[in-house]
Ligand binder design. Structure first.
Ligand code: FES
Length: 140
């Protein structure tokens, strides 16, 4: 079961770029847009050494990590060979030009992962970047 929450418009995400969605608990989620206007969402944490994938370069259905240039598949969150490792993927729904994330996934997945203590991946606040927030789901 999903609880879709609108986080932004597709046009709020630059083509071949990303935006970050803050969570109440856990690292930000990076929402990517490619040149075909496909939208993907991954935890903003490279599986190599924790680089901020939101600051990477999008091409096709991949993003190149800005730290050591690993290529991460945006559809599954895993590094392309010869590298190995995966980051958390989040479900995305696009409807009427708006991007929706599953609030239940946002509130429950990969909450225990932490950013590196030093280096570019140490903070989630890139200068000049725009973030969105999503509320945790209400339970009855
Ligand atoms: S931290 Fe992403 S490639 Fe090294």
């Amino acid at each position: 079961m999903s609880e879709w929450k609108k986080v932004c418009l597709v046009n709020d995400i630059p083509q071949l770029g990303s935006r970050r969605v803050a969570r109440a608990i856990g690292l930000d989620v990076a929402v990517f847009r490619n040149d075909q206007d496909q939208v993907f969402a991954l935890l903003d944490l490279c599986p190599h050494k924790g680089g901020p994938l939101s600051q990477g370069i999008v091409f096709g259905t991949s993003v190149a990590c800005p730290l050591h240039n690993w290529t991460i598949d945006l559809e599954g969150g895993c590094a392309r060979a010869p590298d190995a490792g995966c980051t958390q993927k989040f479900s995305v729904r696009v409807a009427d030009g708006a991007v929706h994330l599953d609030a239940i996934e946002m509130a429950t997945l990969a909450l225990d992962l932490r950013a590196p203590r030093a280096g570019p991946g140490a903070t989630t606040g890139a200068t000049g970047d725009q973030s969105f927030s999503v509320q945790t789901p209400h339970t009855a």
